[in-house]
Ligand binder design. Structure first.
Ligand code: NDP
Ligand code: GDR
Length: 357
């Protein structure tokens, strides 16, 4: 019997980590994930695919570790012996990175370097050829240098988070060129889902709508509504990560929809879907502004469409509706269109009552 391919995911408890785990399990992989020890559970997003490791059917295994802890990363590589490694772990909130720049750079920038160093030694010692995916970001483009942004557009990062991602991007290129490592950078534009963290703008809006429909009267405080983003569906984007590691040669790819919409447009569509006018509920609060803003992101995914044959399955209005539907369902409310989540994922688990809107 052939052994299943073994993969390792940092950031497995995050939005993308959970969808990627599902995808890899569907494809027959054994999936290992690094989780952080926290005082409350942080595994909500992967609970539905977790099987107690005492059962022979278990294919998903979790290990304590942290991108700030290089010794543990090395030990885990030795123990797990993965052939594909997806580096998704990060302090991924751009606004928060201005409040906690050192920590953000330590996890996002140095964390990637620690993992690459561990892989370099592991590959040399064991002879196992590893394929590595680095979760790069459209935030690296930052201040607009060209529209749309492609693999050849220069970076101009505008936050500690984005600076650290640029560092991680170039380290990944360097390890590919210096040590013959199969290493790919995905330059992913914003991607959302019902599992999106509650303080990112799309999810903040769709959660607030569900609570308003449920009768809550509090205003929704927000920052810059003019910012424009290229928003796609997370489930589509994790497929692109996997595809990058299945190619003959390692390379870097932009993953995007090629469309851009403002935060205001997202508000209009999302509130409009439940027959509400967003202007009746949304108030401005400067604490949600960033010291330096990224005004306009729109990606050119041509290379990925052609080389990876990647395609998206969800349009922007569909994305907005499926996120609103999921947050309504989580509060036991009906969808205005009578539809159910097309992917049948257990979104009800994400109705956590966190205070920050
Ligand atoms: P999330 O914020 O949802 O998840 C981040 C993950 O990283 C969580 O599992 C988190 O663990 C983990 N993590 C945080 N700090 C550390 C650390 N010090 N060591 C190990 N793990 C850590 O992010 P997404 O799933 O949305 O994004 C995945 C990756 O893709 C991130 O690197 C992000 O920067 C990048 N990216 C995301 C885009 C998007 O639109 N979603 C676009 C482009 C890039 P815990 O659950 O314990 O907090
Ligand atoms: P972003 O996502 O910074 O693009 O990073 P976010 O959803 O936080 O912001 C998008 C835009 O909305 C504006 N905005 C607000 N944002 C938040 N969070 N809260 C608000 O109240 C609010 N009001 C307006 C922001 O100013 C911004 O312009 C995400 C993360 O997932 C990164 O990790 C990833 O790399 C990039 O997407 C691509």
């Amino acid at each position: 019997m052939t052994q299943p391919k073994r993969s390792l995911i940092t950031g497995i408890t995050g939005q993308d980590g959970s969808y990627l785990s599902e995808l890899l399990l569907e494809k027959g992989y054994e999936v290992h994930g690094i989780i952080r020890r926290t005082s409350t559970f942080n595994t909500d997003r992967i609970e539905h695919i977790y099987v107690d490791p005492h059962y022979a059917t278990a294919k998903l295994f979790l290990h304590y570790g942290d991108l700030t802890d290089g010794a543990t990363l090395r030990r885990l590589l030795e123990e797990i012996q993965p052939v594909e490694i997806y580096n998704l772990g990060a302090q991924s909130h751009v606004r928060v990175s201005f409040d906690s720049p050192e920590y953000t750079v330590d996890t996002v920038g140095m964390g990637t370097l620690r993992l690459l160093e561990a892989i370099r030694d592991y590959q040399r010692r064991t002879g196992i050829q590893v394929r590595f995916y680095q979760a790069g970001s459209s935030e690296m483009f930052g201040k607009v240098q060209a529209v749309p942004q492609s693999e050849t557009t220069p970076f101009y990062p505008r936050s500690p988070y984005a600076c650290a991602k640029v560092y991680a991007h170039w380290q990944t290129v360097n390890y590919r060129e210096s040590y013959d490592l199969f290493a790919c950078n995905g330059i992913l534009f914003n991607h959302e889902s019902p599992r999106r963290g509650e303080t990112f703008v799309t999810r903040k809006i769709t959660r607030a709508i569900a609570r308003i429909v449920a009768g809550q009267k509090d205003p929704l405080y927000m920052g810059n509504l003019d910012a424009k983003r290229d928003w796609g569906y997370a489930k589509d984007y994790v497929k692109a990560m996997w595809l990058m590691l299945q190619q003959d040669e390692p390379d870097d790819y932009v993953i995007a929809t090629g469309e851009t919409h403002s935060v205001r447009e997202f508000l209009e569509l999302a509130f409009g879907y439940v027959n509400l006018n967003w202007e009746d509920y949304v108030r401005f609060d400067p604490r949600y502004l960033r010291p330096a803003e990224v005004e306009l992101l729109i990606g050119d995914p041509t290379k990925a469409l052609q080389a990876l044959e990647w395609e998206r399955s969800v349009t922007f209005p569909e994305l907005v509706r499926l996120m609103v539907d999921a947050d309504l369902a989580a509060l036991g409310l009906k969808s205005p269109s009578g539809t159910v989540d097309p992917n049948g994922t257990p979104h009800a688990a994400y109705a956590r009552q966190v205070p920050s809107m």
